[in-house]
Design a protein around this ligand. Sequence first.
Ligand SMILES: [Zn+2]
Ligand SMILES: [Zn+2]
Length: 357
Amino acid sequence: MAAKDYYEVLGVQKGASKDQIKDAYRKLALQFHPDRNKAPEAEARFKEISEAYAVLSDDEKRRQYDSFGREGVYQRYSQEDIFRGVDFGEFFRGAGFGGFDDIFSQFFGRPGGGQPGRGEDLTYHLQLRLEDIVQESNREIEVPRNEVCQTCGGSGAKPGTSPRTCGTCGGTGQVQKVQSAGFARLVRITACNKCGGRGYLIDDPCKECRGRGNVAKTRKISIMVPAGVEDGQTLRLRGEGNAGESGAPPGDLYVVVNVAPHRIFARQDSDIYLETKIGVVQAMLGTDLSLPTLYGDVKLSIPHGTQPGTVFKVKGKGLPKYGNWGKGDQYVKVDVEVPKSLSDGQKELLKKFGEQR
Ligand SMILES: [Zn+2]
Ligand SMILES: [Zn+2]
């Protein structure tokens, strides 16, 4: 099934308000909640509408979706991140439903869920200046992380030996307990105590990694930073996080781009703002200014009679538009400086000037 538009999924208009989105979700969620609707496709529908709601009810995620679609959302947020911070409980509390967390554990296979050792996600903060993002660039970053131990190949067992399956959990790493409470049927899955959730035991640990299966390394990773990237934008590098346990997949690396405030330029999306001052005579007679931009100096002609606070547009000297064609503009606000002290000669001239007007 092709991924449907989130707004379509909830049956609301593109510009729908938060309340409209909430109402639409409430209605659909009660209809498709797996505790109430036993149709085979209900669970998938429920997950679909819950995901749509999770994204559209969050300003930041909704903006990302509106600009870049589902791909954009998936690029920036993991499945867990999409649902993080959303209070689904408000829709179901007291409605006779099973614990909502349990439903989501089913969706995402947590906790444990057969993949107890997936490596942790890592976050790296990349500091950039405005000058760094006028074009796409390749950056090399050094990331301290855990990597698979080369000595034991990640098994954690001394070369020549191998881990043995845990008898208590039969190698699954987890034990199940089923509880019934009224309508709710809770399946509690907990990690096996004997093996710590790993599903295996190591009698003879590898000396290099002391049985952990991975070792701390600082890895140079090269990343492509898109032109015009926003401050706070996150780039996701799949599989570049910490190594997983015993062959489990690695986590992801999230590179958060921080664009430092500039000494003279301010930024608004792809537009750049600069303030400059000219003298009162320049403002009256007009002048040519040489002004800095992110691409070097440009000449700006100030016409005679320019009023204080006038804003001039220098076309195409802003940042490249992120994820889009073209560039923003640079806006130059011109302030007029009135001299605080004058010589006698200047006063004489200005008096004559005043009389002539
Ligand atoms: Zn090892
Ligand atoms: Zn076990």
